[in-house]
Design a protein around this ligand. Structure first.
Ligand code: AMP
Length: 396
C-alpha cells in the first residue's frame, strides 16, 4: 500500500507539484502550473511516462489548484490516496523553527513576515488557502526554507548594526535553501555510513541561487544567505555580498531609488551582471573557452568568493570531514569543482580528476584517498525532502 504525499511549491505566478510515495520514494506524478493571473495560463501534468497539458486562463491560485485536482482526476494517480500535503514555505522568520501543521494562525504568522519575503510568503499563503479548500480532509504541513538555520549561534546570525533597530525590524541572518542543506547533509552521512551527529561538514548548494552552510554534527552553525537570499555567494543574477555602502552610494550618486537598487543587485548582477547577461554556467564556460574576458572575470570572482567562504567555514568548524557540491552547478559543472578544490590543496584536500569527470545521478566521492577531507557530489532533492519531513510530522 503506497503512502503518497503531495508536495506543493507555490510562487506568485506558478505552482510546482509532485506526488511522492514516501515508502518507495518514487515520484508518482509531477507538474507545473504557469502564468497564473495571465491570459495564457497552462498546466503540464506528468505521470506514467506521459505528459498532459491544459492551456487556459488561470485567474488565481484557487483556479490553479482546481486544475491540479482535475489533472489528477483525469490522468491519475488518485489524489484520494494522498495522506498529506507538504507546502514549501520560504520565510519562517523567528516564528517557525520546524515543520508545522497549517492552520489559520500559521498562515497569519507567515503573512506577518511578508515584509521579509514579499515575493514568496504571500503567494505561499495563497497556495495554502487554495489547497486547503480543495483537499480539506488531509493534513497540510508547512516546511520552511529558513528552519534548518534556526540553530545558528547568536554570533553567526547577529549583524553588527544598531541593536534596537535590528530588534525592532527583525534584522538578522536567517539563511535559505535550508531544506536542501538539511537533506544533503543527511545524505552525506548515509553515503559515508556515519551518524550525521558524529562529524562536521560543509555543503555548497550551487544552483541559479547559491548558498553554503557549515554543519557541525548535523546542526547548522553558519550559512551564507542572510536576512534575504541576496547575501553570500555570487549567483546567477544576484550579487551576493557587497559593501552595504553600495546601496546609499547608488541612491545618492546614480539617483536610483531603493527598488531600483534592489532590482539591480537581485536581477542584473551576479554572473549575468559580469558576463554580459550569461547566468548559465554552460554559457559562461563556452565564453571562457572562447577567450571572453568578462566571462573569465565572472568565473574568477565566483570561485574566489566560494573559496573565501569554504576557508572561513573550515576555520569556524575546526575539523571538516566532508565538503559536498550540490544543485545545478555543483552537480554538473566539473570545472567549478576542480577550480575550487585546486585552491584548497594547502589544507591537504585533493581532487581525483577522473572521478570528478564522471557524470552520474548518484552520490559519489571525487577526492583522492589521501585527501584530508572527502569531497562529494550529492544530488539535492527538495521535493523528496519535503515529502519526508511532511510524513515525519504527520507520523508523530
Ligand atoms: P538549479 O537552480 O539548481 O536548477 O541550477 C541551475 C543552474 O545549474 C543553471 O543556471 C546552470 O548554471 C547550472 N547547470 C545546469 N546544468 C548544467 C551543466 N550540465 N553544466 C554546467 N552547469 C549546469
Amino acid at each position: 500500500m503506497p503512502t503518497p504525499i503531495l508536495v506543493l511549491n507555490c510562487g506568485s505566478s506558478s505552482v510546482k507539484y509532485q506526488m511522492i510515495d514516501v515508502d518507495t520514494e518514487e515520484v508518482l506524478a509531477s507538474g507545473l502550473v504557469e502564468k497564473i493571473g495571465l491570459e495564457d495560463g497552462n498546466l503540464t501534468h506528468k505521470t506514467g511516462g506521459q505528459a498532459y497539458r491544459i492551456e487556459e486562463t488561470i485567474p488565481d491560485h484557487t483556479a490553479a489548484l482546481s486544475l491540479v485536482v482535475r489533472s489528477f482526476e483525469e490522468h491519475g494517480p488518485s489524489l484520494k490516496d494522498a495522506v498529506a500535503v507538504g507546502h514549501r514555505a520560504v520565510h519562517g522568520g523567528d516564528l517557525f523553527r520546524e515543520p508545522v501543521l497549517i492552520d489559520q494562525s500559521v498562515m497569519d504568522g507567515m503573512m506577518s513576515l511578508a515584509g521579509l519575503a514579499p515575493l514568496h510568503n504571500p503567494p505561499g499563503v495563497l497556495g495554502m488557502k487554495a489547497a486547503l479548500a480543495v483537499l480539506p480532509d488531509i493534513p497540510h504541513v508547512a516546511i520552511f526554507d529558513t528552519a534548518f538555520f534556526s540553530t545558528l549561534p547568536a554570533e553567526a546570525y547577529t549583524y553588527a548594526i544598531h541593536a534596537p533597530t535590528a530588534k525592532q525590524y527583525k534584522i538578522r541572518k536567517y539563511g535559505f535553501h535550508g531544506t536542501s542543506h538539511s537533506f544533503v547533509s543527511k545524505e552525506v552521512a548515509e553515503f559515508l555510513g556515519r551518524d550525521v551527529t558524529s562529524f562536521n561538514q560543509i555543503v555548497c548548494h550551487l544552483g541559479n541561487g547559491a548558498s553554503i552552510s557549515a554543519v557541525a554534527g548535523g546542526v547548522a552553525v553558519d550559512t551564507s544567505m542572510g536576512l534575504t537570499p541576496l547575501a553570500g555567494l555570487v549567483m546567477g543574477t544576484r550579487s551576493g555580498d557587497v559593501d552595504p555602502g553600495v546601496f546609499a552610494y547608488l541612491q545618492r550618486e546614480a539617483g536610483m531609488d531603493s527598488q531600483a537598487v534592489d532590482t539591480l543587485l537581485n536581477k542584473k548582477s551576479g554572473m549575468a551582471g559580469l558576463a554580459d547577461g550569461s547566468s548559465d554556467f554552460r554559457d559562461i564556460w563556452a565564453k571562457v573557452v572562447a577567450g571572453d574576458e568578462n566571462a573569465q572575470l565572472a568565473y574568477d570572482v565566483y570561485i574566489h568568493r566560494l573559496i573565501s567562504y569554504i576557508g572561513s567555514y573550515i576555520a569556524i568548524l575546526g575539523h571538516v570531514e566532508a565538503i559536498t557540491f550540490t544543485a545545478g552547478v555543483g552537480e554538473n559543472d566539473q570545472h567549478v569543482r576542480a577550480s575550487v578544490i585546486e585552491r584548497l590543496s594547502a589544507f591537504g584536500i585533493h581532487l581525483d580528476p577522473e572521478l570528478n569527470a564522471v557524470r552520474s545521478p548518484d552520490p559519489r566521492a571525487i577526492s583522492t584517498p589521501d585527501s584530508s577531507t572527502v569531497i562529494l557530489v550529492v544530488p539535492t532533492n527538495e521535493e523528496l525532502a519535503m515529502a519526508r519531513e511532511t510524513y515525519q510530522l504527520i507520523s508523530k
